[in-house]
Design a protein around this ligand. Structure first.
Ligand code: NAI
Ligand code: MG
Length: 356
């Protein structure tokens, strides 16, 4: 059984971190007897745009749709292509066309990473944020009336469908079932937002009936953000609508000091289409080309991808290798006060994995 992986390095440090990610993935494939067949693509980059006047070729979809997953670096080079053009012309197309309706981010305090929250050590913070990625607050339904007058009015609707809400909830409950703690927290605001959020709460209660062993709680988004900072230990799986999830999925990694090394998955849980794995960080034009970028976010994405493909033991081994490297200043990169460059850090993870 060989998986076909579409590889898109994209722009800036994506060109430097993706090779490190592939190196570690190849080793994991060898050690755990998993077949990985990488197919590299040069589109979805501003470089491609410079040559072709568009971010991706017209047939991009047919060229990657039969992949089992997409391993993605970063996209964006604001000096040559405006960010909304590069983003809408690439990543957002993948998310929509491949119905990647779940955005998944681990929030985990790693050894060797200074935690901005006082008194926390590795083990204290370890949970998942699951964000609805296709509907909710980010709809394009709305408009402006009485423009230019005193009565100028703008409106934008939140759209929640039963199918859209239920499928993200089911996905989050299924993740909770695979964890030891078996708890799930729902982000809401049903006190202030009086139609869509009570509906969200209602669907959570309904879905909970199908998962009797999961303990469910819910918090309004305002106090929930406070708890992320004050009591992150209490969370296991947090599920949220598109807007609330957007906020929580940046806040979570920021609380662990890891926004630069955090991975994410844009998941199509039905596996009708490929899912996409990318680090949370962007193309980092300020350090691109110097060989000093931290490759850990990219390598961790590889672990998430292995897990998604059904190889949790390989995924855990990669995460363990990352942990051992991060705890050692000689093997981590300069953004974490270490001495290694991109390749040195990637080599160190590889070596740790081979010793596992
Ligand atoms: P960024 O994440 O690229 O950089 C923010 C800061 O973090 C920079 O100082 C950078 O040097 C540092 N940094 C980021 N990743 C790092 C790593 N692996 N190792 C060491 N330092 C790292 O965000 P920024 O500057 O806002 O955006 C730059 C470009 O990237 C823009 O074109 C933006 O649109 C794009 N971008 C793309 C994303 C994606 O592909 N999903 C996500 C975020 C931004
Ligand atoms: Mg965001």
């Amino acid at each position: 059984n060989t998986y076909k992986i579409a590889v898109i390095a994209g722009d800036g440090i994506g060109q430097e971190t993706v090779p490190e990610g592939l190196k570690v993935l190849s080793a994991a494939a060898r050690l755990f007897d998993i077949g990985l067949d990488f197919e590299e693509h040069d589109f979805a980059s501003c470089d491609y745009y410079a040559r072709h006047g568009e971010m991706m070729p017209g047939d991009w979809k047919s060229r990657i749709i039969d992949s089992d997953a997409i391993f993605f670096g970063a996209v964006g080079w604001p000096d040559t292509v405006p960010d909304h053009v590069s983003l809408w012309g690439s990543l957002l197309k993948f998310r929509r066309e491949f119905d990647q309706y779940a955005n998944l981010r681990p929030v985990r305090l790693m050894p060797g990473v200074p935690c901005p929250l006082a008194g926390k050590s590795p083990g204290d913070i370890d949970f998942w944020v699951v964000r609805e990625n296709t509907e909710g607050e980010y709809s394009s339904i709305g408009g402006k009336i009485f423009e230019g007058t005193d009565r100028e009015t703008v409106m934008q609707e939140t759209v929640m469908t039963r199918q859209g809400v239920d499928r993200i909830l089911r996905y989050a409950f299924e993740i909770a079932e695979r964890t030891e703690r078996k708890t799930l927290t729902s982000a809401t605001k049903s006190n202030g937002i009086s139609i869509t959020m009570p509906y969200w709460d209602e669907r959570v209660l309904e879905m909970a009936k199908s998962f009797p062993d999961i303990a469910v709680d819910k918090y309004h988004i305002d106090i929930l953000t406070a708890l992320f900072v004050l009591k992150p230990e209490r969370f296991n799986v947090v599920v949220a609508s598109n807007l609330f999830g957007d906020i929580l999925s940046d806040l979570g990694p920021a609380c662990t000091g890891t926004i630069g090394i955090a991975p994410s998955g844009n998941i199509n849980p039905t596996r009708t289409f490929p899912s996409l794995f990318e680090p949370v960080h962007g193309s980092a034009p300020d350090i691109a080309g110097q060989g000093i970028a931290n490759p850990v976010g990219q390598i961790w994405c590889g672990a998430m991808m292995l897990d998604h493909l059904g190889h949790p033991e390989a995924a855990s081994a990669v995460v363990a290798a990352i942990e051992s490297v991060l705890s050692d200043p000689e093997r981590r990169t300069s953004d974490l006060g270490g001495e290694a460059d991109t390749r040195g850090c990637g080599d160190a993870v590889l070596e740790a994995l081979e010793k596992h």
